[in-house]
Ligand binder design. Sequence first.
Ligand code: NAD
Ligand code: ZN
Ligand code: ZN
Length: 353
Amino acid sequence: MATFEIPTEQWAQVVEATGGPAIYKKIPVQQPGPDEVLINVKYSGVCHTDLHAMMGDWPLDVKLPLVGGHEGAGVVVAKGSLVKDIELGDLAGIKWLNGSCLACSFCMTSDEPLCANALLSGYTVDGSFQQYAIAKAAHVAHIPKGTRLDEVAPVLCAGITVYKGLKESGARPGQWVAIVGAGGGLGSMALQYAKAMGLNTIAIDGGEEKAVSCQALGAKAYVDFLSSKDLVAEVKAATPDGTGPHAVILLAVQEKPFQQATEYVRSRGTVICIGLPAKAYLKAPVFDTVVRMITIKGSYVGNRQDTQEALDFFSQGLIKVPFKTVGLSELQDVFELMKAGKIVGRYVVDTSK
Ligand code: NAD
Ligand code: ZN
Ligand code: ZN
């Protein structure tokens, strides 16, 4: 078995107060407990959730001080005495779901994201914006040997989440799905997973740069929410019979598209809510929802099986999403771009810089 030299101190990005900023500084390296592994994180994707966590956007208490991050790809360098199914030197991923009780009725029925005692990476426990991060061994993603860790990192939240959302939508090969927020991190992944699943996509986002990216990722149509005079009509017109998409995957970080989706989804269609804009509410006309038999659902990350399936799509070369790599020290700059809605695809931070 491989052995690793583990330092006592490491570089990390630490949020010390709600509202930020993230501060690049040295902190101690923790030891894994009996059922945990210590992962030397090489790259971590930056998810909009990390920004929500820093800004205190949600009605869920966040740990402070906080090391954010939950798309961490790295190498297992230490493990607790109870850990049998992963070896030192294996590649592994830190996901949003850092751990769960594995004994409640949700965990027993593979709905572990719904566990009341779930531990959330980069939210209720420290996450992957550090060089050495801890996770429960039962929950880490198993990444095949030889995988590029910068490229796979965004699969660990964005990929799993949109893959699960597409499954929850019930959309079948050949059907049409609108991806709202298609140019962002989750959206870019959603276009690729949908394509791999045989679905036709209508991308909705703002600006020319995102249009070009969405089309390159396989979108059959692009509707620009910033310039469209009648978004509802344009989305419906993008489907071959003009009746609208079978499903809508809402990934945007604004409330308005959540109010609009039932206007263009096809009758009997399904609206999947994934994006988590601050203080937002869903609104839909009761009459239309009833007489057009519309389903509205939430979808929250994925379970361990969804994780391995999402990674399998990636390993088969089906998921290629644009990403830019910067040093961990530059995380706050990434947050600024994210606030301005300027990110196409994903930013990945390299923990060695
Ligand atoms: P991102 O910032 O990369 O992308 C968001 C995209 O939405 C941007 O491209 C932006 O231009 C676009 N957008 C904004 N307003 C829009 C509008 N009115 N219409 C269409 N597009 C619009 O963010 P991300 O990392 O992809 O995360 C998206 C959201 O998903 C966040 O709220 C995040 O917290 C949430 N999320 C949820 C889960 C879950 O399990 N449910 C998991 C991960 C992330
Ligand atoms: Zn995320
Ligand atoms: Zn549980």
